[in-house]
Design a protein around this ligand. Structure first.
Ligand code: P6P
Length: 334
């Protein structure tokens, strides 16, 4: 029996490098840096209960959320790995109020990419052993090379992304990413520390039947969302649908991508723009969703067309199977 060699993430990145005009290998090096950081973070996530890195770090991040020690560790790993390889000119993170300018020793500000990252999404799940994730988004800088990176380089609409991806640190560790040429998933073999192509050309199933939302906030939802939830729960045709909510965006999104479903974090009376951040949660997930035949909106507008105004701005988020997003948009427009 001849075993078909399964491509590693490293081989895949190099093979697909010709997708980029004027490929200089820089984007490939960024993806490789993220690959390395993911393995290091994975190692710690899997031992969180043993390494006294559970529990609060005591400080709060820019969102006013208690920083779990693993949050801080993950943030430092991604920022250091990207900085040391001198492959980007700037990084913005959920954990840092301002962006971080990265000077390359070779030639000041010569790198042409910036990375935005949520280093450990869903971190409140760490202490209860539920899966968490990493989300990243990569843009080409818009200000001239050789000049210091500016906020303008980060405040770009999502349709300008050159790559985006997420990691789920779950029953296995999977890295899923797109560079605008489809979506592919790679599962880590922890025995050899290598990501192997496990989910080639990922696409949402034609019909979705899972909805993911924190129904505890029902009383604060917009009327259109309340109507959509009742629609999902009616006994009619292929309904009622199934409700599944892990409380970790990467995990809920990943399950919905594989099985068909919608993730919703709407506006609420005490959070007029919802909870999720446009730049390093919604835009990367929206890019992946569209590349996999799905859809992502704020209930009215395509997420990838929203012009950002601030680094940590929040937007209502409806993302997943195209038929389900379009249905809830109908209710939102009533
Ligand atoms: P709630 C994690 O903090 C996160 O940003 C997403 O990963 C997750 O889907 C959501 O917030 C959970 O928020 O309000 O339902 O606990």
């Amino acid at each position: 029996m001849t075993l078909k060699p399964v491509q590693t993430l490293g081989e895949f990145i190099i093979d697909r490098q010709d997708h980029f005009k004027y490929a200089t290998g820089e984007l490939s090096r960024i993806l490789s840096a993220i690959r390395l950081a993911t393995k290091i973070v994975n190692n710690h996530v899997n031992m969180a209960g043993l390494l006294d890195i559970l529990g609060d770090h005591g400080e709060e991040n820019v969102q006013g959320e208690k920083q779990q020690k693993l949050d801080v560790f993950a943030n430092n790993i991604f920022i250091n790995t990207l900085s040391q390889r001198e492959v980007v000119c700037g990084v913005a993170s959920e954990e840092n109020e301002d962006f971080i300018a990265i000077k390359s020793s070779k030639n000041q500000d010569s790198s042409k990419y910036v990375v935005l990252i949520d280093p450990l999404d869903g971190s409140s799940n760490i202490d209860v052993n539920v899966s968490v994730g990493t989300i990243f988004s990569i843009y080409r800088r818009v200000t001239p090379s050789g000049t210091p990176v500016t906020l303008e380089d980060f405040l770009q609409p999502g349709h300008k992304q050159v790559a985006a991806g997420y990691v789920v640190y779950g029953t296995s560790t999977i890295l899923v990413y797109t560079t605008g040429h489809g979506v592919n998933g790679f599962t880590l073999n922890p025995g050899v520390g290598v990501f192997f192509l496990s989910h080639p050309d990922m696409r949402f199933p034609e019909k979705g039947k899972i909805y993911s939302i924190n129904e505890g906030n029902y009383s604060k939802f917009p009327t259109g969302v309340k109507k959509y939830l009742k629609y999902c729960q009616e006994v009619e045709g292929d309904r009622p649908y199934t409700s599944r909510y892990i409380g970790s965006l990467c995990s809920d999104f990943h399950r919905n991508l594989l099985k068909g479903g919608i993730y919703i974090y709407p506006s609420g009376t005490n959070s007029p723009n919802g909870k999720l951040r446009l730049l390093y949660e919604c835009n990367p997930m929206a890019f992946i969703a569209e590349q996999a035949g799905g859809k992502a909106s704020d209930g009215y507008r395509r997420i990838l067309d929203i012009e950002p105004t601030s680094l940590h701005q929040r937007v209502p988020f409806f993302c997943g199977s195209k038929d389900m997003v379009e249905k809830v948009e109908e209710f939102m427009k009533e």
